[in-house]
Design a protein around this ligand. Structure first.
Ligand SMILES: NC(=O)c1ccc[n+]([C@@H]2O[C@H](COP(=O)([O-])OP(=O)(O)OC[C@H]3O[C@@H](n4cnc5c(N)ncnc54)[C@H](O)[C@@H]3O)[C@@H](O)[C@H]2O)c1
Ligand SMILES: O=C(O)[C@@H](O)[C@@H](O)[C@H](O)[C@@H](O)CO
Length: 330
């Protein structure tokens, strides 16, 4: 018998299924609980659909070389779907529960309140919300000390990052427990303060809306904008962090660029935060001054730069875009 914690997902939708695949892959037993009120026929259909998609996902991972075809059956067998009426055992046996119902505060509170009455004393409950402040949910849970937000990125079984956002009432020991568990299944957890949108949704909602706005304004087609993201924005940020790049390009450039864009596009959504002007006026503009958002003073900057450039060259090769130089030999 495995001593890996049992997992329960509240909801068998996109995130429930993705999280189920991630945990089953890592050796955990997962029960997806369908808490929506529906007929036996509707439940049977949902169950077949969810398990069918999980099988398809494992089958595609086998084609992509992450597992063998023979692994698919035993991995799928680790996942089951139970109706609300059968949730008692699943909830009382689960070590970790991930709530994954639609992004509606009242619905999440209702589901969390009901489920948290049925869990064991050591169970940790997490909401997979993309944006909702953890403290807007925690008082719905019977034991809020063992509750926090754990935001996975879609597709959850492939993207390494998981954002962990504890609230005012979360027991600090739980944060470590969740981090250890996530690292144990190969994820890269990042902890952030209780805030709506955490780190990634907060940044990407702005970027996604701006991309949509540019389509609306006729700046470029959706295809051209996405090409720019894949070969420029995404390419660079696969290697550098956003704040790290402010330091590479220079905080002074961002200071002036923000002022210009705010005026030229007539929108305060380009207004830089105070820290950008402060850094600029105090000369903390990045690599050139030895410090910006990061501190380079005690670093072998040439070696650091070479490492990042190597990663970009590896990416160029990955995209099949690396070329030899053009040399004019007579
Ligand atoms: N979709 C994404 O890319 C993504 C990524 C990260 C986090 N999230 C978050 O995960 C959560 C779930 O999103 P999703 O994309 O999996 O949604 P989804 O619609 O695919 O799944 C929602 C699940 O909740 C169930 N449900 C719907 N209405 C219900 C009700 N009234 N009562 C009980 N259950 C109900 C559905 O049957 C389904 O199983 C959201 O909070 C979302 O913000 C989504
Ligand atoms: O990063 C993710 O996978 C999700 O958090 C997002 O898809 C999310 O639903 C929001 O950023 C949507 O705006």
């Amino acid at each position: 018998m495995s001593d890996r914690a049992k997992i329960a997902c509240l909801g068998a939708g996109r995130m429930g299924r993705g999280i189920a695949v991630a945990f089953a892959y890592a050796g955990h037993i997962v029960e997806m609980i369908d808490i929506k009120d529906r007929s036996a026929e509707e439940f049977a259909k949902l169950k077949a659909d969810a398990l069918g998609e999980i099988r398809k996902t494992f089958a595609s991972l086998s084609k992509l070389g992450l597992l063998t075809e023979a692994d698919v059956d035993p991995l799928v067998a680790r996942v089951s779907v139970v109706p609300a009426s059968g949730s008692g055992t699943a909830l009382s046996e689960a070590g970790f529960i991930f709530e994954g119902v639609p992004e509606v505060v009242e619905l999440k509170r209702e589901v969390l309140a009901t489920a948290s009455k049925q869990v064991g004393p050591d169970t940790i409950i997490a909401s997979t919300t993309s944006t909702i402040l953890v403290d807007d949910l925690s008082d719905a849970v019977v034991n809020p000390r063992r509750f926090l937000n754990v935001h996975w990125l879609n597709p959850a079984y492939l993207i390494p990052l998981v954002e962990v956002s504890p609230g005012k009432t979360t027991d600090p020991a739980i944060i470590d427990e969740v981090k250890t568990m996530l690292e144990g299944i190969g994820k890269v957890p990042v902890v952030c303060a209780a805030t709506p949108g955490f780190i990634v949704p907060r940044i990407q909602a702005l970027a996604m809306n701006e991309a949509a706005r540019m389509v609306e304004e006729g700046v470029a087609s959706a295809e051209e904008i996405d090409k720019a993201i894949r070969y420029g924005f995404g390419f660079r940020y696969a290697v550098l962090g956003l704040l790290e790049f402010i330091d590479w390009g220079g905080g002074d450039i961002l200071y002036y660029a923000s002022r210009y864009l705010e005026g030229a596009l007539g929108s305060d959504r380009y207004r830089a935060p105070d820290v950008i002007s402060r850094n600029m006026h105090e000369g903390r503009i990045g690599l050139r001054t030895g410090a910006g958002f990061l501190d380079y003073s005690d670093m072998d900057v040439d070696a650091y730069r070479a490492k990042r450039l190597q990663a970009m060259v590896d990416l160029l090769r990955h995209f099949d875009l690396a070329r030899p130089p053009v040399l004019d030999r007579s």
